[in-house]
Design a protein. Structure first.
Length: 167
């Protein structure tokens, strides 16, 4: 269940990446509203997102234990390049987020050892696939992974908070 909540948080993050703009139907309208660019069934209200995030944070005692993963941060430019700019990326129909142990954790003698939600031990590997279920790999037959753990490295401003602003 907690992995589903992490997945939801990462999915919300991925929704922030700008979609490919191939025609005027996917561009934001004159008021700057991006709502029309995203399928509405993919979006949830912020109060629901915060309720889900807070439930996860409570379950890991985040207010007193900063050793558990609260979020993973990916470089938006790498995601944009992968989803929008790669020659074959137009064929990506779905993005798979796979939980994995970090190489540092594995190389410290923890291959196959349950890490719980320990910061630095878990990561998410991202790979897109086409309508036939075939992976479309990042250049050089690689997959996206370079996630930053929050905590300990969290962004400034409102994005540094574990939940969305409610005002």
């Amino acid at each position: 269940m907690n992995k589903c909540k992490i997945f939801l948080g990462v999915t919300i993050f991925l929704m922030a990446c700008e979609p490919a703009q191939t025609d005027s139907s996917t561009r934001s309208n004159a008021s700057g509203n991006l709502q029309s660019a995203f399928p509405t069934e993919s979006a949830i209200p912020l109060d629901s997102a915060n309720k889900m995030i807070n439930s996860y944070l409570t379950s890991i005692n985040a207010s007193t234990d900063s050793t558990k993963i609260q979020s993973l941060i990916f470089d938006a430019e790498s995601l944009r390049y992968y989803l929008n700019d790669m020659a074959s990326s137009g064929d990506i129909t779905q993005v798979k987020l796979m939980f994995a142990h970090s190489l540092d954790y594995i190389n410290s003698g923890n291959q196959g050892v349950n890490a719980g939600y320990q910061t630095g031990a878990l990561t998410i590997i991202i790979a897109g696939y086409d309508e036939n279920g075939d992976y479309i790999l990042y250049p050089g037959s690689t997959a996206l992974n370079k996630a930053t753990f929050c905590p300990p490295i969290c962004p400034p401003g409102a994005a540094g908070s574990p939940t969305f602003p409610t005002n």
